[in-house]
Design a protein around this ligand. Structure first.
Ligand SMILES: *Cc1c(COP(=O)(O)O)cnc(C)c1O
Length: 403
């Protein structure tokens, strides 16, 4: 927990502590229903003998975007199981509402479409961002125009048609942090979106620091087991209503089974994040003292992500790990490692990637719940693995000198 937030009255947005909300939010009605585990509602449609009443409910949704009272008419409007996950996540982030989507990218798409529908297509963004977020903003797929800047340049980059300021903190993959409070101040009346995928509400609640919109790839820590894809936006009810209307029209809904798994994931989120963060902090100290490592990135806010630059060949480390899984994605119970310049940030143009600090020597590790000594032993043997040789006997990859 960051010190400033912890000094504030704890109950500003939440009525119960985070660890308690994690296991109870979105489940308040279960005992009255005679249930312990949340029910999974897989209905795609809902019967009604009252079509006049349904017409009124559909009109109300089209005008306000507010959640329907009673059955959702059709599964693209809403779902009781995914709604439980939304309620719980909003409580953890300290926002009035949350809206879930099929993936983190579907969630970001909906945010951009809401703003574009209001004629606000310009976005100010700070690099690095997750590779595909960078691509979505920059490629103009949604008619978005982006100005890239550093946090100090945000106020100046804002125009009359700016609909959003977007940052990640800690950022994927360099773990660079921004001062959210100061940045929110620079944004004035333009909503600040913070992608909080890496810190999770366990370590940081951006809305308490002035952000208006919090985005998660729920695929990562919220799910936490590498077996469910989803995205979620935590925000006030007014913006949530617009997001629901866009979600209804564009169809990027979270499946109820995924909603169930994400709600279950939230219940262990605080213990998973704290345990993995302790291991990650330990590994970051060991890596920083290791002569094979040029540089270690570990954020002040903590967390279970560690990035590091190697003197040797990063591809060799990837091919030599045995306990650690060489794979993209993050936030699972097991440790994953990947080479951002080849995989997660491949889609970003090389020059932009490098300028954002995503060099060819950088490896990004998502630390899981294994024992720290086993992880360290695997890293050590991978870092010392002999250079891979081509048939001709030469070292295949030559990297630029460490700056
Ligand atoms: C993975 C990721 C995303 C995209 O989420 P998906 O669920 O893969 O669509 C967005 N932001 C960050 C920081 C991510 O790591």
């Amino acid at each position: 927990m960051d010190t400033e937030a912890s000094m504030q009255p704890r109950m500003t947005f939440r009525s119960r502590a985070l660890a308690t909300e994690a296991v109870h939010a979105g489940r308040d009605d279960l005992a009255a229903l005679g249930l312990h585990a949340p029910p999974i509602d897989l209905s795609t449609t809902y019967p009604s003998y009252d079509s006049r009443g349904e017409a009124e409910r559909i009109d109300a949704f089209a005008t306000t975007g507010a959640r329907l009272d009673g059955p959702p008419v059709y599964a693209r409007l809403d779902n009781p199981t995914t709604a439980r996950f939304e309620t719980a996540l909003a409580r953890l982030e300290g926002t009035g509402s949350a809206v879930s989507f099929a993936s983190g990218m579907a969630a970001l798409t909906a945010v951009l479409l809401v703003r574009a529908s209001m004629g606000l297509r310009h976005v100010v963004a700070v690099r690095p961002l997750y590779g595909c977020s960078d691509h979505l903003l920059g490629a103009g797929l949604l008619g978005t125009e982006v100005t890239w800047t550093d946090p100090a340049g945000v106020a100046e980059a804002i125009r009359p048609d700016t609909g959003l300021v977007m940052v990640e903190s800690p950022a994927n993959p360099t773990l660079a942090e921004v001062d959210i409070r100061a940045l929110a101040h620079s944004c004035g009346s333009v909503p600040l979106l913070v992608d909080n995928t890496f810190a999770t509400p366990v370590l940081q609640r951006p809305v308490e620091q002035g952000a208006a919109i919090v985005l998660h790839s729920a695929t990562k820590y919220l799910g936490g087991h590498g077996d469910v894809m989803g995205g979620v936006v935590a925000c006030d009810e007014e913006f949530a209503a617009r997001l629901r209307q866009v979600r209804f029209a564009t169809g990027g809904v979270l499946h109820p089974m995924a909603g169930y798994l994400l709600l279950r994931g939230l219940s262990t989120l605080p213990v998973r994040v704290r345990a993995a963060s302790a291991t990650a902090a330990d590994l970051s100290r060991r890596l920083a003292a290791d002569p094979r490592i040029a540089r270690v990135h570990y954020p002040k806010v903590g967390g279970a992500m560690v990035s590091f630059e190697v003197y040797g060949d990063p591809h060799r480390v990837i091919s030599a790990v045995r306990l650690i899984t060489p794979a993209v994605s993050l936030g699972s119970v097991d440790t994953l490692i990947q080479h951002p310049a080849s995989i997660s940030h491949r889609i970003v143009a090389e020059g932009d990637r490098r300028a954002a600090g995503v060099g060819d020597r950088l490896l990004r590790m998502s630390v899981g719940l294994e024992d720290v000594e086993d992880l360290w032993a695997d890293l050590c043997q991978a870092l010392s693995a002999p250079p891979a040789r081509t048939a001709a006997g030469t070292v295949p990859e030559s990297l630029p000198a460490v700056p």
